[in-house]
Design a protein around this ligand. Sequence first.
Ligand SMILES: NC(=O)c1ccc[n+]([C@@H]2O[C@H](COP(=O)([O-])OP(=O)(O)OC[C@H]3O[C@@H](n4cnc5c(N)ncnc54)[C@H](OP(=O)(O)O)[C@@H]3O)[C@@H](O)[C@H]2O)c1
Length: 257
Amino acid sequence: MTTALITGASSGIGAVYARRLAARGHNLVLVARATDRLSALATELIQAHGVLIEVITADLTDSSQLESVIQRLRSEPAIDILVNNAGAGLIGDFTTADPTEMHKLLQLNVLAPTLLASAVISSMVKRGSGSIINIASVLALLPEYSPGIYAATKSYMLTLSQSLAAEVTSKGVYIQAVLPAATRTEIFERAGGDISKVPNVMEVEDLVDAALVGFDRKELVTIPPVPEVAAWEAFEQARGVLASGFSNAEPAARYRS
Ligand SMILES: NC(=O)c1ccc[n+]([C@@H]2O[C@H](COP(=O)([O-])OP(=O)(O)OC[C@H]3O[C@@H](n4cnc5c(N)ncnc54)[C@H](OP(=O)(O)O)[C@@H]3O)[C@@H](O)[C@H]2O)c1
């Protein structure tokens, strides 16, 4: 049996990943701060699916607690799937943001998933198998829509996924970036927002089920709400056209006035 480690498994997207991966027969390591919620979920999933479940209570913004998750990723039984899901929003614009809050957000949304991926990827490469699912956001591609640093943290997750995929896909390790749009979870209320004011909210089960279809197809980037994959392919093609202009030793003529 394979084992999946899911961060932020106590609610929202992470809890649905836990339910779906347990139903597929994976043993789980559930990580979040709320031990009571993790334990209740573990009991439910052991009874429903007979899988093995470990619970790690950890605040991923605390370096020693993050270290306990890193140690689990480096130990046995080996982790076959890492779901880098834990994350939070930060309402408000950059000009007025509290630097301490920004620091915590960067630790949770950027530093923790990076170090967790780092802790597990070399053993996956050695085995020639394993998957890392990084939960980014459509705001990675639409930062103008979101003031403050949240979109930048999610853009980092997309870019990290693309870099990792370029490095490890040929070694048998699969990387997926999932870009949800507005999804019905606790994230809005936790950040001081109001989900009832957000239009076109996707149900969290629909989001995760769609993301898992993308996972099974081994997509690098999965954007569940986008109706036509051609839109993403056109975007990627445009990126390729732009990139073909990067390898010039001279500045473009328009900058040589
Ligand atoms: N919902 C959306 O519209 C949406 C859209 C795009 C992307 N996303 C991304 O989806 C991911 C999951 O969010 P969600 O929407 O499912 O929100 P959620 O219901 O608020 O879940 C967030 C999860 O992260 C955990 N978490 C928060 N702070 C933590 C910390 N310091 N240490 C460890 N765990 C922590 C929470 O557990 P504890 O409180 O128990 O620690 C919870 O399990 C996030 O990365 C988010 O950026 C969400």
